[in-house]
Design a protein around this ligand. Sequence first.
Ligand code: ADP
Length: 191
Amino acid sequence: MTQITLVQGDITAQHVDVVVNAANSSLLGGGGVDGAIHRAGGPRILAECRALRASHYGGGLKEGQAVATTAGDLPAEHVVHTVGPVYRDESVERGTELLASCYRQSLRLAVELGARSVAFPAISTGVFGWPMESAARIALSTVRAELAAAGSGGGADGGLVEVRFVLFGSEAYGVFEGVWRELAEGGPAAD
Ligand code: ADP
């Protein structure tokens, strides 16, 4: 049974098998989580991202998709890069599906890589502007559903022991905690 945990902290300091990066489609670095991961993980991550751009991902990585590289100097085995949707009032439904896809694809890839533990940031809630509570609901309900599907033979399974959400600051942590409690009590499962 996989545990879902919430911690407040810096994702680059997590000792987990897979760290998920809220990347942008260029795969060549950016601000927020992306910048922190490349700074802490060193140049090997960027070198592999460049190689991906030069091969299968010439046009960049699409929203909702995920791809893995080394974790370089991070205390992890792999970084899974995924591109969240930019929040737009006029396309929230499509964005919701893309954000859910980021979590599903990243989780599946982590399981394929044999991960026992995965750390996620709150994808799309920084520069990409997704409101935290809505993002938390999508993140937690998607991961929970994916793990439940794994339990009954579909979805991401394998030896995954922990899916950890790493929230930057007490405000984000509090929002995730509130939504998680609501979901546990059988509240609204998705936006
Ligand atoms: P996006 O472009 O997908 O919005 P960002 O990296 O700008 O991604 O932000 C995603 C979330 O990650 C934001 O809530 C931001 O506060 C948070 N964040 C920024 N740096 C870190 C970090 N080092 N560890 C964990 N979360 C972080």
